[in-house]
Design a protein around this ligand. Structure first.
Ligand SMILES: Cc1cc2nc3c(=O)[nH]c(=O)nc-3n(C[C@H](O)[C@H](O)[C@H](O)COP(=O)(O)OP(=O)(O)OC[C@H]3O[C@@H](n4cnc5c(N)ncnc54)[C@H](O)[C@@H]3O)c2cc1C
Length: 431
């Protein structure tokens, strides 16, 4: 069996790595001249900046990968620091323990008491929105001021636009939470289960895809966009500027609209469905700030009159001196990615000062046209998505978007293909 992997972001690189680890003949093609996709680290003014994700959870499978790639010495681990929501003119503590839940001014007493009735409510309904679900479970204050900004803020989508079954239900399922959220969380706390630590690397998060690439660079081609995918009997033909290559199985990790163009000729219905998925464009502005703020950062409650969606305090979280990262745009404000650097930078710095009281200097401005999958109503097209046997979609819309979810899905598909290579059975369809 010969496997072609399209895309050298973390998903493609991890899938390629796990396939080769199990002796499968795999070749990877990446359009860009560097590995990592949206995981991209830069050095500006002697400071390490991450233009996409700022950190990952060091799950056991990522820890094993870090170890096997020899990245252990470069690892930076962080504790879970206080997180804030900006609401009604102030930063308010997001409770992470029962004691903080009592103390925080994020919610009124009435709102806190209402949340305690959650175990009496019923489970998620597939077609309700995240906001409707959170309101029904915990009451409107928790929905609008606590979970809503935190969850919707991850994707830049208003929780009222996110159907449960394509978003939060998947997260709850993979966390093993059925029925009452409070009861499941309390059970985990009582069993002493903790979230894996937050982590990055001295040189930034891109060190992970760089190391995956370095370990497999004899069969991973940068600067080699796949221009079209065709068929030759049962096999797939990848057309690249360096010529055509044939494969028995394909793992395609590119964003939905790119994948749509690649498969349009032989899978037109899949292409039509893929074209419907919305991604939220995002602008990421890095600031240099001379302040001693302690925490992971803040999300802005979505009714506030700010363009900033949230910030990460890299200084305190990952010991990156003076670095703070602001996110703007998302589904609320997609046009901000069309602003020039000066306007984006000055809005981010001005709003940071308004929220924290600290003046800021702009270090860098970056835009992601296809940032995060929006997981909004356009994701209903997933129901119509079916791909030909042998073509496996392995991306942040077929499973969870976070880096741990990407590595998990890459491992799953590599294991399945390796099993089939051994038994010469046909791998089952995956999308
Ligand atoms: C701004 C932002 C912040 C985030 N923050 C976090 C965070 O803090 N923690 C976390 O865990 N996750 C975070 N995420 C999510 C996570 O980073 C992504 O879901 C994940 O990195 C996506 O990896 P991927 O390989 O699936 O896709 P991508 O990184 O999009 O990779 C796809 C690859 O395909 C390549 N490609 C495109 N067209 C072609 C072609 N024709 N031929 C060959 N190759 C092609 C692209 O160049 C790219 O390298 C964030 C994402 C964004 C955008």
């Amino acid at each position: 069996m010969r496997v072609g992997v399209v895309g050298g972001g973390v998903t493609g690189l991890a899938a390629h790595h796990f396939l080769r680890e199990q002796g499968v003949d795999s070749v990877l093609f990446e359009a860009d001249d560097e590995p990592g996709g949206v995981i991209r680290s830069r050095r500006v003014d002697g400071r390490v900046l991450d233009l996409g994700p700022q950190r990952t959870r060091l799950t056991p499978s990522i820890a094993a990968l870090v170890e096997s790639l020899g990245l252990g010495d470069e690892l930076r681990e962080a504790d879970d620091l206080p997180l804030y929501v900006y609401r009604d003119g102030r930063l308010r503590l997001v409770p992470q323990t029962p004691r903080e839940a009592v103390a925080t001014d994020l919610l009124s007493w009435r709102g806190k008491l209402r949340a305690l009735f959650e175990p009496l409510t019923t489970a998620a309904r597939p077609d309700e929105s995240v906001e409707a679900y959170l309101t029904r479970k915990f009451g409107s204050e928790v929905a609008r001021y606590y979970f809503g900004p935190l969850y919707g803020g991850l994707y830049g989508t208003h929780p009222d636009e996110m159907p449960m079954r394509h978003s939060l239900s998947r997260a709850l399922d993979s966390a093993g939470i059925e029925g009452s959220v409070l009861t499941s969380v309390a059970k985990k706390v009582l069993e002493g289960r903790e979230a894996p630590p937050i982590a990055s690397f001295d040189g930034g998060l891109q060190r992970l895809p760089e190391a995956l690439y370095a370990d497999n660079d004899d069969t991973a081609h940068l600067n080699t966009p796949v221009e079209a995918i065709g068929r030759a009997g049962e096999r797939f033909v990848l057309e690249t500027p360096d010529g055509d290559e044939r494969f028995d199985e394909l793992v395609v990790t590119t964003p939905a609209s790119v994948t749509a163009d690649l498969v349009a000729e032989f899978a037109p219905e899949a292409a039509d469905a893929l074209r419907e998925f919305t991604y939220n464009p995002q602008a990421v502005v890095h600031l240099a700030v001379d302040a001693d703020l302690t925490g992971a950062g803040y999300q802005v409650q979505y009714d506030e009159d700010l363009r900033t969606l949230g910030t990460t305090w890299n200084d305190s979280l990952l010991d990156r001196e003076g670095v703070y990262t602001c996110y703007l745009g998302g589904g609320y404000d997609p046009e901000v990615v069309e602003w020039d650097d000066d306007r984006l930078g000055s809005v981010a710095a001005r709003e940071f000062e308004a929220v924290t009281g600290h003046g800021a200097r702009v270090l860098s401005v970056h835009r992601w046209e296809l940032g995060m999958p929006a997981y909004d109503r356009s994701w209903a097209a997933l129901d119509r998505l079916s791909t030909p046997v042998g073509l496996h979609l392995c991306t942040n819309y077929t499973a969870r978007a976070g880096i741990p979810g990407r590595i998990r899905e890459a491992k799953k598909i590599a294991d399945r293909l390796a099993d089939c290579a051994e038994s010469t059975a046909t791998p089952p369809r995956t999308a």
